[in-house]
Design a protein around this ligand. Structure first.
Ligand code: FMN
Length: 338
């Protein structure tokens, strides 16, 4: 058997597959099933800033701060109510999950701004979370809002959460930052111990008959993995915090690519919705088979071997790739078949 263990947030995980934050972890039975199938850690679904702000009765105060994204996201709360829990129920669920399985459990907070709600991180720690994943989801909808101010708001939030707890905090980023390496370096200074690449945008869809804009959620496909591989490969060796890839990881090959790019672990949701929780077992068996055939003794030794730092030629990661890709495509299209 190959050693598939990976270091993540100061813990030795049994393997590279972590169950991503989603309602899949809302039943104790499923959580046990995940552990049996080989999940190395589990991220619980998120508690939302908006929910917590309402609960802690700071809503009026927060709204008067005039955060547009906050006010907009309130519109989605009735839909979220169906599966979201109150924070008491969340903490109780966290305690029950901790008691039910031995794998590390990450609680998840989802927010965009600092505020009174951040104190719930402390409660998650007290309820037994091994770590917190902070899903930072902020959208610029106001032309006065600059990229710099969004980054400052994010760093403020991360700093506040990291100061509130002793357990490690992983930050799940959206993909729309201009300089991911610069931001990652500043997140690290703010106290983050891992960066999770990337949040998927759940973009609204348009119904042209009813003229309605509706929330939509599509499961991922492996094609979404590519930008994540790219950024992980660039970050590896540039930051000392851990790197996680989530988004488009469906197979053993996707896990291998992620680790070779520089990820410590991968987080899966869509593949488990599509194939069921036992898919974790199959992916681990495939991983083992692939590594054994090529005479590796551990997965960890492959980490970062395809990162930008290890590359003899940097052009695939930089502008050179752009030109090469376009020219090779047009050549393929115009060449006669032999
Ligand atoms: C049904 C569903 C619910 C999700 N809920 C959350 C959530 O509450 N918090 C969060 O951070 N991510 C949430 N996610 C995002 C996943 O954690 C994951 O990062 C994303 O789906 C990319 O991984 P995938 O390609 O394996 O699906 C959700 C995803 C799905 C499919």
């Amino acid at each position: 058997m190959i050693d598939l263990s990976m270091q993540f947030l100061g813990l030795k995980l049994s393997g590279p597959i972590v169950v991503a934050s989603s309602p899949l972890s809302q039943s104790i039975e499923s959580v046990r099933h995940m552990e049996d199938a080989g999940a190395a850690a589990i991220v619980l679904s998120s508690l939302f800033e908006e929910q917590l702000a309402i609960e802690s009765r700071t809503l009026d105060e927060d709204l008067s701060r005039g955060t547009d994204s906050f006010a907009e996201s309130l519109g989605y709360l009735p839909d979220l109510d169906d599966y979201r829990m109150t924070h008491d129920v969340y903490l109780e669920h966290l305690r029950r999950v901790r008691a039910a399985v031995d794998v590390p459990i990450l609680a998840s907070l989802n927010g965009a701004t600092s505020g009174g709600w951040v104190r719930f991180a402390k409660e998650m720690e007290q309820a037994g979370a091994h770590a917190i994943e902070l899903n930072t989801y902020a959208l610029a909808t106001d032309k006065a809002q600059t990229g710099t101010s969004l980054e400052e708001q994010l760093l403020d939030l991360v700093r506040n959460v990291c100061q509130a707890v002793k357990i490690p905090v992983a930050v799940k980023l959206s993909q729309s930052f201009t300089s991911v390496p610069n931001l990652a370096g500043r997140l690290e200074k703010a106290g983050a111990k891992a960066v999770v690449l990337f949040n998927r945008f759940y973009q609204p869809d348009f119904d042209i008959e009813t003229l309605e804009v509706k929330p939509s959620l599509h499961l991922s496909t492996p094609s979404e993995l590519l930008p994540r591989l790219h950024w992980a490969a660039i970050l590896y060796g540039n930051v000392s915090m851990d790197i996680v890839i989530t988004g488009g990881v469906h197979s053993a090959e996707d896990v291998l690519k992620s680790v070779m790019a520089g990820a410590n672990v991968t987080e899966l949701a869509s593949a488990l919705y599509i194939h069921g929780i036992d898919h974790i077992r199959r992916v681990l068996a495939d991983l083992n088979y692939w590594l054994e055939k090529r005479e590796y003794t551990s997965l960890a030794e492959t980490r970062g071997c395809l990162s930008r730092r290890s590359a003899p030629d940097l052009s695939p990661f930089d502008r050179g790739n752009y030109i090469k890709t376009l020219s090779s495509y047009s050549l393929r299209q115009t060449m006669p078949a032999f």
